[in-house]
Design a protein around this ligand. Sequence first.
Ligand SMILES: [Zn+2]
Length: 155
Amino acid sequence: MWNVLQETALTTVELQQTTDIFSWRWGTNGAFSSSSAYKAMFIGETSIPGAKEPWKTRAPNNCRFFFWTLLHGRCWTAARLQKHELQDSNLCALCSQECEHLDHLFMSCVYSREIWFKVMRRWSSPNMAPTSHDRLLRLVATCAQARCQEDAQVF
Ligand SMILES: [Zn+2]
């Protein structure tokens, strides 16, 4: 393998006796700057739809962070704990009837449905409780948009 590599790749490289030149490909005209390094960190990043909305709400920071982990599927549910061999049972801690994964815990569990119903009834829309991940995102986006409109009225 080494012989093949030497014959093909290394024979085409020609070394010269000139001084080396440092070139930063993410900056303008090859010059390094900390701002270009910061921007380079985000090259190729992917965004999750709805991941920015929680940060626009008036919710406390721990709630915002919790919702952010929910959107990224990183909440420590019983199913996830069992998957990582940190817990024996994956049953829902609220109803003890089904596997506690995110969708069950936040949308289909009978206890969660009751909480959603009470919360949404306060907003005069009891039938708007989220039944899917997309509806949950839309609900948060609506709350964030309402906050932006309130802020616009204040200023
Ligand atoms: Zn449950």
